[in-house]
Design a protein around this ligand. Structure first.
Ligand code: SF4
Length: 335
């Protein structure tokens, strides 16, 4: 084992935080935790990890889940495409792979929703095959250790040579989460005497910051239709985000639209005839790089016959994947 890996693994075993996914080598649980960790912060992951495992304790049970059942559990996490990919992946492994996650890198990469990082995490932790798995945290640690912006996969393999790959991989993650933060705490770092950038006092120069994606501004018009205490919800597969969420019929536009333009848009894209549109309120919302002005609208009269959707009461919403914008819009109506 290299001196660097030895120190990292020793430090990790003494200092690791006992997350539930650190207590297992079950590929299903490691896969679930990695997908959730790519999605959100650890406190939220803990909640969803437990909730999902209670409902679907293994790959077989997940492969049999109905889409709506799993997506409603996922509700609140966003990026429903990831949840859909998980279902496809579970079904594919159960149908074609005898229900066991493969250990071969190419077979893992061929599965829906599994990229290089997730495949590497599964191979390192569950099968002890040292495999580069580099997310933002690990990139930062490796770049600083090697004082390089390049060939970090080779750095991963060189440093980890001979180490137990599961603990080595997780030691890099843990160091990135606890010590080698964007503002590094080098004085507490177990490898400060070996780290190249620390020796040169250049740790803040690594890794290079990617230029941020320019945020785009949108107007999001949400039509809040009410009938006997229920609201009309629909899925919109033409929208680039939240495609699988049940939200009010909507129109997305880069410019502000007048009531008559909106009536035309709702008729053309949804087949909904509305009259007397009234704006209840605007809300600020953000979805990835999009800054959104959400306009919650009510209509004096409407006609939705033949439009694909559901009338749902607020209590029914827990059974459907939705978005925080839905809850915010309903609060507006309650005022
Ligand atoms: Fe990161 Fe500092 Fe440790 Fe180097 S010495 S790995 S920069 S925390």
């Amino acid at each position: 084992m290299t001196p660097l890996a030895k120190k990292l693994v020793y430090w990790y075993r003494k200092n690791r935080i006992s997350y539930p996914w650190r207590m297992t080598r079950d590929p299903y649980k490691i896969w679930l935790s990695e997908i959730l960790l790519q999605q959100t912060r650890i406190p939220v992951v803990l909640k969803f990890y437990e909730k999902i495992l209670n409902a679907f304790p293994d790959l077989i049970s997940l492969s049999k889940a109905k889409d709506a059942e799993f997506l409603s559990l996922w509700s609140g996490l966003g990026y429903y495409r990831r949840a859909q990919s998980m279902l496809h992946c579970a079904r594919e492994i159960v149908q074609n792979g005898a229900g066991v996650f493969p250990s071969d890198l190419h077979e893992l990469l061929a599965l829906p929703g599994i990229g290089k990082y997730t495949a590497g995490a599964i191979r390192n932790v569950c099968y002890e095959y040292l495999t580069p798995a580099i997310d933002g945290n690990i990139r930062r640690v490796l770049a600083r250790l090697a004082m390089s912006h390049e060939k970090l996969e080779s750095v991963f393999l060189e440093v980890g040579k001979g180490a137990e790959s599961g603990d080595f991989f997780q030691s890099l993650m843990e160091l990135g989460e606890q010590i080698c933060l964007p503002k590094p705490r080098c004085v507490s770092c177990p490898v400060q005497n070996i780290c190249k950038s620390r020796k040169e006092h250049r740790e803040l120069e690594f890794p290079v910051k990617k230029s941020k994606q320019k945020s785009e501004k949108f107007h999001w018009y949400l039509l809040l239709l009410e009938r006997k205490g229920a609201h009309f919800y629909a899925q919109n597969s033409a929208r680039e985000f939240l495609k699988h969420s049940w939200i009010f019929p909507d129109v997305l536009s880069q410019k502000n639209l007048s009531p008559s333009e909106l009536c035309k848009n709702f008729a053309q894209s949804w087949g909904i005839k509305v009259r007397g549109l009234k704006e209840l309120r605007t809300l600020s919302h953000a979805v990835t790089y999009r800054k959104i002005h959400a306009h919650v609208l009510a209509a004096e009269s409407f006609h939705v016959n033949g439009v694909r959707g559901k009338w749902l009461k607020p209590k029914d919403l827990k059974n459907y994947p939705t978005s925080s914008i839905t809850r915010k819009s309903l609060q507006v109506q309650d005022r």
